[in-house]
Design a protein around this ligand. Sequence first.
Ligand SMILES: Cc1cc2nc3c(=O)[nH]c(=O)nc-3n(C[C@H](O)[C@H](O)[C@H](O)COP(=O)(O)O)c2cc1C
Length: 181
Amino acid sequence: MQLVREAVSIPVAVKLSPFFTSTAHFANELCRAGASGLVLFNRFYQPDIDIHKLDVLPRLHLFSSEDLALPLRWIAMLYGRIPADLALTSGVQNYEDAIKGLMAGASVTMMASELLKKGLFRIQELLEAMNLWLEEHEYDSIEQLQGSMSQLHVADPTAFERANYMKVLNAWRDDPTGVIL
Ligand SMILES: Cc1cc2nc3c(=O)[nH]c(=O)nc-3n(C[C@H](O)[C@H](O)[C@H](O)COP(=O)(O)O)c2cc1C
């Protein structure tokens, strides 16, 4: 990281895998080594295996809104705690997802799968829907939105933590239909 930083004059962003043992510590170390931005998260290419033809099959696995939860949580926890801009990638499909990413603390949210599925015109649609939402909810700027639902700013910061599993399981016992609120 340091070598790259010394070789270029532009800011360097690092796209992280979600598989580091201590994501927050590693993110901080990257900043210390010169990263100006972190992109959460990369998913490595995952080909399939054809057991009959004994071949490795190329596979394009597109993302869905369900994939948003992982980067959303980490961005919400890292926001305000490391000296880097955060970008969210994985599962942004609509304007609500983009707003969630910004509220968690991302400076930008990225989109690949949705544009592959629907085409580039989707960007305009999303921007219009997002502007309308901002107006309706009386936000004057993106900055006002940014980080407003991060762990530092929510009423209950433990909501992002693992111990919250207990609460979720208790709620599940009370409501065996499996609807977890
Ligand atoms: C066809 C395809 C090619 C991709 N190539 C790269 C790549 O070369 N480098 C990279 O960091 N991410 C690559 N990605 C990952 C995307 O940048 C993005 O992180 C991922 O698709 C999740 O975002 P999404 O939910 O908007 O698709 C690729 C994704 C797709 C679907």
